[in-house]
Ligand binder design. Structure first.
Ligand code: ADP
Ligand code: MG
Length: 617
């Protein structure tokens, strides 16, 4: 039999390696920026076009390369950073595999211009799909500039797999943040499609954080500082009250290298235990210094995972350092999660002119007792197209009586009524018009065949969802103008996200003024939103849009309506007065879909008389 094994040609090997190193434009940004840092640069400029798909260019003022080095830098396993395997355990640089440039050049059109400060002339090198197409002597500033065009030009499957420009740009921005945060003493510029996104002067860590995430960040930060033999920790955590539902500003750096570590994240969450709610995450920017020989960063090709020798001590030290800071800065004791949130955000059915009930509540009131004849269920006229569901539930209402159902007869609730809950008497075959809130979670009401137990949160989600969706699609949103416009500071990247959401937000009733570059002016809000809720709502919208545009076939209007309804709906635990309970029931059954929440969860369950009878057998 003839021999069958062949060595892969270099360009094929490089393409395969590229698959590991370069997943998307952001990976290129990371590698090029890290090379610039390793070259001892004090200024680094990043320019991208079309989310990096058309162009990524990184220019630095570092030590540059000789013509030979420039050529060699594109060879696989060509690195100036280690000479022997032992060097791996004493790394002070970002790179060491000597793979990045070779991989990038295998799958893109790359151009490099480089000059060491001492040389008069520099080198220009062009490589396309691993092939050197030009090498020339050139006049160029000291330092290095690498531009990468048409990423994945020769791997269409990968190119097609890339997301929208916007999404790719966000990944790039994330990488940019990581590198910029790890090196506050280096100045960074970042341009996208000709406009400047970030201009970060060399500064302190704290100012770097503030420059990136906006002036408002300053007041959120609590410093963390701890020096032990195992590890030095410095940096900042957000005060607990700024914990967010979304995981955003969470950064660990080990020896100035951004890393992901669920283990360390856990230590941090442990430090915040009891200070933040279970479904929120604290922000943090923490820098760990450990002896280089005590970690192994070689376990992952993109080098964001690290293995520590002494994980357990690290965990304990980190947790106590953060706890200590929180205690020292007095942020711990002021929090009180037991307070009744109904007190500061009372549930009001804002879009509805509810007549204030001029009654005193009868302490002996029993919702399960009622008197025939006094029933005036405050139903709306069923809207066309919804009447069938309505009627299915409320059979027995003759149309004549419907006409007389006003929305003002609030006295119903206080009437002391006698009667039988499941009376089969004809006059009682109707909705009771009476509701009852169970454990501040469910609204119980009766129907002909038995009773309905309605999940108040899901019901309200459904109601709000349909309202928002309707206003975005038929564009009849009703806004209430704010007496005092809100001025909300946001970072540049947040503003960019908000810009993309402007149109749908306007469609649901938000009105924006001409704010400044890093400030959003809100002059009007949808009628269902109060001004105190605006920030929460916008934050939720931004957090969600991050997830949404990753998924295919996403409709912005639908996604926005879902976010809004989830954020604004009454929650379990909210006390509802009888008028609000009834209004909610009414509104629910005026919806197009009543049985499922916008997130496909059942809204209510029906308990028939028979179901209950069975229990007594
Ligand atoms: P690594 O960074 O792992 O060594 P790379 O493929 O990223 O591998 O780079 C190969 C080599 O090219 C580096 O070791 C470095 O000597 C040189 N190099 C790359 N980028 C620059 C730059 N911006 N300035 C100076 N030298 C560079
Ligand atoms: Mg490198």
């Amino acid at each position: 039999m003839s021999d069958r094994i062949q060595l892969l040609p270099d360009h094929v090997a490089n393409q395969i390696a590229a698959g590991e190193v370069v997943q998307r434009p952001a990976s290129v940004v990371k590698e090029l920026m890290e090379n610039a840092i390793d070259a001892g640069s004090s200024r680094v400029k990043l320019i991208v076009k079309d989310g990096g798909k058309t162009l990524i260019q990184v220019t630095d003022d570092g030590f540059g390369m000789s013509p030979t080095d420039a050529r060699l830098s594109f060879e696989r396993h060509a690195t100036s950073k280690i000479r022997a395997a032992e060097d791996l355990f004493n790394l002070h640089t970002k790179g060491f595999r000597g793979e990045a440039l070779a991989s990038i050049a295998a799958i893109a059109h790359v151009e490099m211009q480089t000059r060491p400060a001492d040389d008069e002339l520099g080198t220009l090198l062009k490589i396309e799909g691993s092939e050197v197409v030009a090498q020339e002597v050139t006049a160029t500033p000291a330092g290095t500039s690498v531009s990468v065009k048409n990423l994945f030009f020769n791997i269409p499957a990968r190119r097609n797999f890339l997301k929208s420009h916007k999404v790719e740009l966000r990944h790039i921005t994330d990488e940019f943040h990581r590198v910029a945060l790890a090196h506050p003493t280096v100045a960074f510029h970042f341009y996208n499609n000709g406009s400047e996104l970030f201009n970060l002067p060399a500064t302190s860590l704290k100012k770097r954080v503030v420059h990136i995430f906006g002036t408002r960040t300053n007041e959120k930060l609590v410093p963390v500082e701890e020096q032990t033999q195992v590890v030095g920790i410095s940096g900042f955590v957000f005060k607990p009250e700024y914990a967010r539902k979304s995981r955003g500003e969470q950064f660990f750096f080990v020896n100035n290298r951004f890393i992901k570590s669920s283990y360390l994240h856990h230590a941090l969450m442990a430090a915040f235990e009891g200070l933040i709610k279970g479904d929120t995450y604290p922000g943090y920017f923490l820098y760990l210094e450990v002896p280089p020989e005590s970690i192994d960063i070689n376990i992952h090709p993109t080098k964001t995972e690290v293995k520590f020798d002494d994980e357990r001590s690290l965990y304990a030290i980190l947790r106590s350092a953060v706890k200590h800071s929180l205690g020292q800065f007095n942020v711990a004791p002021v929090l009180d999660f037991d307070h009744d949130r109904n007190l500061d955000t009372p549930y009001a059915y804002k879009d509805k002119a509810v007549t204030a009930p001029g009654i005193s509540v009868d302490p002996g009131y029993n919702p399960f007792r009622q008197e025939p004849g006094h029933l005036r269920p405050r139903l709306r006229h069923p809207v066309a197209g919804t009447s069938s569901q309505w009627e299915a539930l409320y059979t027995g209402l003759d149309s004549g009586e419907r006409e007389t159902l006003g929305s003002s007869s609030l006295r119903v609730e206080s009437d002391t009524i006698t009667g039988n809950f499941f009376e089969s008497d004809d006059t009682l075959d109707r909705p009771s018009g009476t509701t009852f809130q169970l454990r501040r979670k469910y609204i119980v009401t009766t129907i002909k065949s038995g009773m309905l137990v309605i999940d108040q949160n899901r019901a309200h989600q459904r109601v709000l969802y349909e309202k928002f969706l309707k206003s975005t699609t038929i564009r009849n949103a009703v806004s209430q103008q704010l007496l005092f416009p809100l001025h909300l500071p946001y970072s540049k990247s947040e503003m960019a996200v908000l810009q993309d959401l402007m149109e749908p937000l306007k469609a649901v009733g938000f009105v924006f003024g001409h704010g400044k570059e890093d400030q959003l002016e809100v002059t009007g809000v949808p009628i269902m939103v109060s001004d105190s809720e605006v920030e929460t709502v916008l934050e939720a919208v931004m957090a969600d849009c991050h997830q949404h545009d990753e998924t295919e076939g996403y409709s912005q209007a639908d996604a926005l309506s879902k976010t809004l309804c989830r954020t604004l709906a009454v929650k379990a635990g909210d006390a509802l007065d009888p008028a609000s309970q009834m209004a909610l029931v009414d509104d629910l059954f005026a919806c197009k879909e009543t049985t499922l929440s916008p997130f496909n969860k059942p809204v209510y369950v029906t308990l028939t008389e028979r179901d209950i009878d069975k229990k007594f057998n």
